[in-house]
Write a protein that binds this ligand. Structure first.
Ligand SMILES: [Zn+2]
Length: 378
């Protein structure tokens, strides 16, 4: 009965207080993080964490209430099975928007073009796609619709929704694209700018010079319009499911305004169509291995930029994805608590860890994650 339990806990507490008071040299207990009722989502990104089940444990044992799986893993039986196995589990899906490089094999005209008029080689192997290729866009929208129809998922997250670039590292590689004839003529028509009748290289010089503000604004508009269409499809196919995006963690001014000017990401404009922004502050990967507080600084800056405070009832939420896996730089087990602490500070109202496939072989970090998630859950 509850009253009996309360009395027992009071007694235990009294004994503990007495013990601590009378044993000044006793070792300091390791601090247990306080509950964080504002954090609704404690997630794992990167597939079904079946290794937890293999150990005879449950997701609840690790405080996990959400997982992100790849689009290719989505089918009704699987999603329903997961939800039956873990009560209250949210199953979200990651969706590749502008990095589906297999499309280029049969559609070489969708390759991004550089300012010299030539095909832009994939920076560090990261192959993007021209954002105005109508066939590519249609194929991605159809895939998006199919996924939403195929299973009772709780939401879908856009991934790689940016221009041809390799930015997930300390020193980004950010070529200027796409100067294909299709992009340039759409720009002229939609932005009302007449480019000189000249070579692509000469036109690109103007677009990166005198006409840069109009060019950047138009390019951001193209990427935002993809988000608008994804929203329309989601509302048609699975109203109530969440639309999220995984996005670059830089502020608009960092890296010479690269967020808008290179990646073509205008988060303020995209936010109209989104429910959740999953900023990607991979501290170790991005050269902040000794400074996990960078995670909460970037998240706070995003909140200030978009007017999101992490209060109950806000329409747009921020759920950072934080790095526990070794990628670029190792992430020590001793840092796990600090990383999750930084990742769950306001305006964040949820968090997930990157990335299950390379995290579970380091089981001590999984245990540390579970310890934190269990402690903060309401
Ligand atoms: Zn193009």
């Amino acid at each position: 009965m509850p009253p009996v339990r309360l009395i027992r806990w009071e007694l235990i507490l009294a004994v503990l207080v007495f013990s601590i008071g009378t044993c000044p040299r006793a070792a300091e207990p390791s601090p247990v993080p306080a509950k964080r009722p504002g954090i609704a989502i404690r997630g794992i990104y990167g597939g079904v964490p079946s290794q937890i089940f293999d150990r005879g444990r449950t997701l609840d044992d690790y405080g996990v209430n959400a997982i992100w799986i790849g689009s290719g893993s989505v089918d009704r039986e699987r999603v329903e099975g997961l939800k039956a196995r873990a009560k209250g589990l949210k199953v979200f899906v990651e969706f590749n928007t502008l990095h589906e490089s297999s499309y280029l094999k049969d559609h070489p005209d969708a390759r991004p073009i550089g300012p010299d008029g030539q095909v832009a080689p994939p920076p560090d192997g990261w192959q993007g796609v021209c954002p105005t290729h109508a066939g590519y866009r249609r194929s991605r929208m159809e895939a998006f619709r199919r996924i939403l129809r195929s299973a009772p998922i709780d939401g879908i997250w856009l991934d790689y929704h940016h221009a041809h670039a390799s930015w997930e590292q300390a020193q980004p590689n950010l070529p200027d694209t796409c100067f294909c004839t299709r992009c340039l003529s759409e720009f002229e028509r939609e932005a009302g700018v007449n480019l000189p009748d000249a070579t692509t290289a000469e036109r690109a010089r103007r677009l990166l010079g005198a006409d840069k503000p109009a060019w950047v604004s138009w390019r951001c508009g193209v990427f935002t319009d993809w988000v608008r269409e994804f929203r329309t499809i989601l509302d048609q196919e699975r109203p109530g499911a969440l639309l999220g995006t995984f996005h670059c963690p830089w502020t608009e001014v960092e890296h010479n305004h690269a967020l808008r000017e290179k990646l073509a990401i205008d988060l303020k404009a995209q936010a109209r169509f989104l429910d959740v922004l999953s900023i990607m502050p991979y501290h170790a990967r991005f050269g902040h291995g000794d400074d996990p507080a960078w995670i909460s600084r970037q998240t706070a800056a995003l909140g200030r930029a978009l007017g999101i405070r992490g209060q109950p009832g806000e329409r747009i939420r921020i759920w950072p994805i934080v790095q526990l896996s070794d990628w670029g730089e190792p992430v020590p087990r001793a840092q796990v608590r600090d990383i999750l602490d930084q990742g769950t500070r306001p305006p964040a109202t949820g968090v997930m860890v990157f990335v299950w496939g390379s995290l579970y072989p380091q089981w001590d970090k999984v245990e540390a994650m579970g310890e934190f998630y269990r402690a903060i859950r309401p």
